[in-house]
Design a protein around this ligand. Sequence first.
Ligand code: PXL
Length: 292
Amino acid sequence: MLIQNNNKKVVAVHDLSCMGRVSLNAVIPILTSMGLEVTPLPTALLSCHTQYPEFTFLDLTSEMRKIIANWKAQGFRFNAFYTGYLGSPEQVQVVSELIQDFRRPNDLIVVDPVLGDNGHLYKGMDEEMVGQMRKLIKLADVITPNMTEMFLLLNEPYRNNNFNDNELKDYLRALSLQGPGIVIVTSVPVADNPHLTSVYAYNSIGNRYWKVTCPFLPAHYPGTGDSFTSVITGSLLQGDSLPLALDRAMQFTLQGIRSTFGYDYSNLEGIMLEKVLSSLNTPIQVSSYELI
Ligand code: PXL
């Protein structure tokens, strides 16, 4: 009997920020803990992520081209492509070609359009990158913008209060019409309740909208978006339904924040992933998603 390696392989297109649990430092341990084989395609090498006051930055665009050509020549195959922080607008072209060259019909394409947070672009991001990201999402099956990124992609002014379900549903559908069948928007404030935050999702197959709400803790940890989307990617590749993937990702991120909150610790380092990774191997305890 031929015993095959059935592990699914994910290409993770993110930067490596040495300090802080963001990008590849979060993506690799999470996906690996979920039983997936990660092949990183680093977009840039930074001493630390860009929310620190100072950082070094090495753009890896030309190296990415060489790596992809090498993979192509050797006939490597993958089951999923998951992109996050890109180091230059030109990389969108590189990544689009990667997806178009390697994609097979059942492969999963996840694009986390990392551009900014709290109404602002991250340092180093600009309008050109926003324009390029609007192109990249067209190739995706799943996108996971936060509120800031959602408005940038829709080319609408940022706002952060008094949303109702119908407004959110319109935004999700508008983004899905641009290409991605599944749209997940994170960190949506809950009207009249500063202690809660929601994630909304839309699946064009079945035309269904979902919402998951959890406590909002008043601390900002960079990289929580990367952890959230990594769990979504892992969960979907394991065969979970969209609402179950939402629950798992939300609970993991919340548990990570709770395990970190209260330590005398620099929030810039991100959540203490090491304390919660093992929870990814246990079945989900409580489900809290709603169909809206
Ligand atoms: O997680 C988002 C992210 C990823 N990579 C880099 C970043 C940030 C957010 O600040 O700076 C380099």
